[in-house]
Design a binder for this molecule. Structure first.
Ligand SMILES: NC(=O)c1ccc[n+]([C@@H]2O[C@H](COP(=O)([O-])OP(=O)(O)OC[C@H]3O[C@@H](n4cnc5c(N)ncnc54)[C@H](OP(=O)(O)O)[C@@H]3O)[C@@H](O)[C@H]2O)c1
Length: 296
């Protein structure tokens, strides 16, 4: 599973290891910046008699993801579950990000999980089993009259994950999308900041937009809820795992209902596709643009 240096990832790794799984927890810069996190996780596992190995892929790099997948397969005969959790938030209006920043965030949040999934899929197809979890966000489903770069990457990830679900189910592989609401993790402090400060300034009235007021008397949501939701999915038998799970109680209002309505529309369109009178492919004659009438 990816992104185990902090936040949900660390909790998911501990939760699955506590449950008896051999966990390959991945994080970047194990020898430097994340050395403390890696050794704490290893020490915790040793004390508990759990199995956690730390690997070091950067999800934006083909060679690093393949090296980690090879190492994992050297140690484990089967892959039960891949959790695509690594991701980074972003702050600032769209116009203020350079295109390099936009590409980098899509590369990390949307294409990274696809790259890691592609690295394990041949093994999962071969074993004809497996579960791939994608951690997206409620912001990957609904834009509350504001969106931005981060939300857009999660919308892309939702589309990739759902598409993969339809493609790999024939191999006995499940895909599950977990959509957390808002949780206190280090994500905000690690967010990508829009590069063009003068453009950020031009949008500064955004700050005047109403923001959700946090009630200081209310206990903040516990990120363990996301780890628990993933454990539930892992424990369910193949074929019974829901495609989407909304996790948490803050900033999740109405999303499960939205997902249910979406599924109804999806199933309706899927049924329409089966009707011969609703063909979606056209003959060349039907597709040809109408001929212009020449003048008298
Ligand atoms: N917290 C929330 O409210 C919330 C809500 C909805 C969805 N999410 C999603 O939940 C996931 C986990 O976030 P979190 O809240 O737990 O934040 P977090 O503590 O910042 O965790 C993000 C993880 O992603 C890793 N990562 C970043 N870039 C990477 C890369 N190129 N390759 C490999 N790993 C990389 C980070 O590692 P480093 O230590 O190396 O940076 C870190 O371990 C993210 O996908 C996030 O978008 C969070």
């Amino acid at each position: 599973m990816t992104g185990c240096s902090s936040g949900f990832g660390e909790l998911i790794a501990r939760t699955l290891a506590r449950d008896g799984h051999h966990v390959f927890a991945t994080m970047r810069e194990v020898g430097s910046r994340n050395a403390g996190h890696a050794s704490a996780l290893r020490a915790w596992a040793t004390e508990l008699g759990a199995r956690i190995d730390v690997l070091e892929p950067d999800v934006t790099s083909d060679s690093s993801v393949h090296a980690a997948a090879d190492e994992m397969l050297r140690q484990a005969a089967r892959i039960v579950v891949l959790v695509n959790n690594a991701g980074v938030a972003a702050s600032g209006p769209l116009e203020a990000f350079s295109l390099e920043q936009v590409e980098a965030l899509f590369g990390l949040n949307a294409f990274g999980p696809l790259r890691v999934s592609a690295a394990v899929l041949p093994t999962m197809r071969g074993q004809r089993s497996g579960l791939i979890v994608f951690v997206t966000s409620t912001l990957g489903r609904v834009l509350p009259r504001r969106g931005g770069l981060y939300a857009s990457t999660k919308w892309a990830l939702e589309g990739l994950a759902e598409s993969l679900h339809y493609e790999v189910v024939r191999f006995g592989i499940d895909v599950a999308i977990v959509e957390p609401g808002s949780f206190p993790t280090p994500a905000t402090s690690k967010a990508m900041q829009a590069q063009r400060a003068h453009i950020v300034a031009a949008y500064s009235d955004r700050a005047a937009q109403p923001r959700r007021v946090v009630d200081p008397a209310r206990a903040p949501p516990d990120p363990q809820e996301v780890a628990d939701a993933i454990k539930v999915l892992v424990d369910l038998p193949h074929g019974q795992r829901p495609l989407r799970t909304v996790a948490g109680a803050v900033f999740t209002e109405g999303v499960a209902e939205y997902n249910a309505a979406y599924e109804r529309t999806r199933d309706h369109l899927a049924a329409v596709l089966q009707r011969p009178d609703q063909a979606m492919t056209w003959t060349p004659a039907q597709a040809a643009p109408p001929r212009r009438q020449s003048g008298p």
